[in-house]
Design a protein. Structure first.
Length: 215
């Protein structure tokens, strides 16, 4: 995994989906000051570049599996923190640490997705929000792919190893204790959309559980 993404980021500069994805999802970036934001799978920092334009007072942390990407972004965005992580493993942050998390077209690259969702939920504060985007897979689109573009989409050299439908994405989100509050699509038109996003919120634990935890 690590070797693959070191090579991947050697020559990767532009996020192909950025031009049609970011105009749709950028409105969910919080503008509140003194806020902790995590970019999960930050790559070379394109998303963080854009977040700063929206909220230049946010405290931003980026994590990625690639040292190549992190070494690049550390030189480019020196005021923020960047940390190497392992695929789907425990995140190096305390519980309830971040106010907002963005995981933009990252989870389709992760082997241990169940744990990744749980970890994102763990480090998110109660009533904090997480914005997730992944490529869209649906019945009509998949029929067309199967008939005409199967080898293009399921290229064995592609970095995509997980394929989400709306149902499976929402299942993982809810299983991690997150509540979907806004769902949508981007790229082309539904039901042939290129991607989908979900803005989620972490609910506060019940009062009795908070009391027990605080004892």
């Amino acid at each position: 995994m690590s070797k693959f993404y070191e090579d991947y980021w050697q020559n990767k500069e532009v996020l192909e989906d950025f031009s049609y994805k970011w105009p749709v999802i950028k409105r969910f970036i919080p503008q509140k000051t003194k806020i902790n934001i995590l970019d999960f799978g930050c790559g070379k920092g394109k998303i963080i570049d854009e977040i700063v334009k929206i909220n230049h007072k946010a405290d931003i942390t980026g994590v990625d599996v690639s040292n190549t990407a992190l070494n690049f972004v550390k030189k480019k965005l020196k005021k923020f923190k960047f940390i190497k992580i392992e695929d789907g493993e425990r995140l190096p942050f305390n519980k309830n640490y971040f106010d907002f998390i963005i995981a933009s077209d990252v989870l389709e690259h992760v082997y241990n997705t169940q744990n990744a969702f749980k970890e994102l939920s763990r480090v998110l504060k109660p009533q904090g929000r997480i914005l997730i985007s992944v490529p869209y897979n649906g019945l009509i689109k998949n029929i067309i792919i199967t008939l005409f573009f199967f080898e293009f989409i399921f290229d064995p050299r592609s970095p995509h190893i997980r394929f989400y439908t709306k149902r499976t994405l929402l299942h993982e989100i809810k299983s991690a204790g997150l509540t979907p509050i806004k769902f949508g699509y981007f790229g082309r038109f539904y039901p042939l959309s290129k991607g989908m996003f979900c803005l989620c919120e972490k609910s506060k634990p019940p009062y009795w559980r908070r009391r027990r935890t605080n004892k």
